[in-house]
Design a protein around this ligand. Structure first.
Ligand SMILES: [Zn+2]
Length: 468
């Protein structure tokens, strides 16, 4: 039934857009606009950021060398490690802040899960810019000022939660600043506050959805839109169907994302649910071959590199966000001409597994697990190297009602083995376990135990505990 509702919604003739001129311009017009904005941004940082002036001087680059968007490849890359080192060497905020301190009004930081947190100074003008872009994202996924929006994203320290909150207020939605955790209160709010739109990490959407089912609360929900970001798990058919099982009757299940080192939401799916649209007028996206860092072949998977064309406080150019994806440049049925993720982020390039010489993306394993209705969607990936040969084990929980269909030729393990063999070209061990055996995550899921680098299975339990 939910599928019909979705098709009905997509069958509309006019999609609502925040900036129709931008969102439907021809590829040529977009490239012109990007070239102009890039030239202005390069000139701006050359004058105002000693961080970028040094980088440009190190390769002999001057602002006038950047005339079209194709010239972007002349700009050196920026990495998070560089930002970290710059802030250590030029305390406290580093040498990339382009505005006077009295104009800085917000100091969010990165999470710091991969090292010293990076401080992200923000001025009021940038906050307004990103509020507008967040409104654009909300409108794309179908939110309006009629919606009651439960926003289940971390509010403290980081940039995203509060920025998305302000964007939703600007849209005119009634926003509930739920933040993360406290599942009892989240469920109370969903069933008592008239909530029509819900945003959380895909991991928490899944966790919450199972609680809704277990307690039989489905009929007490008024949800129309469910969307997730911050990790894989909302893009592509199998993931969406799983979420539709947990949130039956919801019209739109959308994937959104961005990187808070740079901005906030800079991609969002529209109600066609056909891959997130990229806000290319504000961020220039390049897809590069992760090995050579030159432009990826058309249709190939590549590493996404972003350049901020609009921020003025501490803009980042050619920033390596390490996300792997494919891009789709075909116009969408919603009318937007902006490029799209195809269908979403596959994983981070530093998370990609190399098994017996072949690349395996964590999202490809996620996809296969979610295609099997006999599994409940909880799984672990275990990689070890007995006898000098990589071994991939997928340990997955079964659905309770499937306990009988498991064994024998043509049983579930052999069908799973066959699916993995087709996807990766090499064998995966399949271990089926009872529902409830594996750790449950409530913020972002950790599923990988790579024993080749010293991971242990206990560490996943510790990570799950830390999210409670
Ligand atoms: Zn679209």
């Amino acid at each position: 039934m939910s599928k019909n509702i979705r098709e009905g919604a997509v069958g509309m003739t006019k999609a609502k857009m925040h900036s129709p001129h931008i969102e439907t311009m021809s590829r040529e017009e977009m490239r012109d606009l990007q070239g102009k904005r890039l030239n202005a941004q390069v000139t701006y940082v050359y004058r105002n950021s000693s961080f970028y002036r040094r980088k440009f001087e190190s390769v002999g680059l001057e602002p006038d060398d950047i005339r079209t968007i194709d010239d972007i490849s002349k700009i050196p890359f920026t990495t998070k490690d560089e930002l970290r080192a710059d802030q250590e060497n030029n305390p406290p905020y580093g040498s990339n802040v382009c505005i006077p301190l009295e104009d800085v009004v917000w100091l969010p930081t990165t999470s710091g899960t991969t090292g010293r947190p990076v401080i992200l100074p923000r001025g009021q003008a940038d906050i307004e810019t990103w509020n507008d872009l967040n409104v654009r994202s909300y409108i794309a996924l179908g939110m309006t000022n009629q919606d009651v929006f439960q926003h289940v994203i971390t509010y403290h320290w980081i940039y995203g939660g509060l920025a998305l909150f302000m964007g939703a207020q600007k849209l005119g939605a009634a926003v509930i600043n739920a933040g993360t955790g406290n599942t009892e209160k989240q469920l109370w709010s969903l069933t008592n506050m008239g909530v029509t739109a819900l945003h959380a990490t895909p991991t928490y959407l899944t966790y919450l959805g199972h609680e809704i089912q277990r307690r039989g609360l489905q009929d007490q929900l008024s949800l129309r839109i469910v969307f997730g970001g911050g990790e894989i798990g909302c893009a592509g058919g199998p993931a969406k169907e799983r979420l539709r099982d947990l949130y039956p009757g919801v019209q739109t299940i959308a994937d959104v994302g961005g990187v808070t080192d740079v901005g906030t939401m800079f991609w969002a799916e529209c109600i066609a649910e056909a891959g997130a649209h990229l806000w290319e007028d504000s961020i220039a996206f390049e897809l590069l071959n992760p090995d050579t860092l030159s432009t990826a072949e058309p249709g190939a998977t590549g590493e996404l590199v972003v350049s901020d064309l609009v921020s003025k406080t501490a803009p980042l150019l050619r920033y390596r966000i390490m996300d792997l994806t494919k891009l789709n440049y075909e116009p969408c049925e919603c009318g937007r001409t902006l490029a799209r993720l195809d269908p979403g982020i596959l994983g981070r390039s530093d998370d990609m597994l190399v098994i017996r010489g072949a690349n395996v993306h964590p999202s490809a394993i996620d996809d296969i697990v979610k295609q099997f209705r006999e599994l409940n969607g909880e799984y672990q990936i275990i990689v070890d190297r007995p006898e000098d040969l990589d071994r991939l084990t997928v340990r997955a929980e079964t659905s309770p009602e499937q306990a009988n269909a498991l064994n024998g030729p043509g049983g579930l393990p052999s069908r799973l083995e066959a699916a993995f063999k087709v996807a990766f070209g090499s064998r995966a061990n399949i271990e089926l376990v009872d529902p409830g055996t594996l750790p449950r995550f409530t913020y972002k899921a950790s599923r990988l135990v790579d024993k080749r680098r010293g991971d242990t299975e206990e560490s996943l339990w510790e990570k799950a505990e830390a999210q409670k």
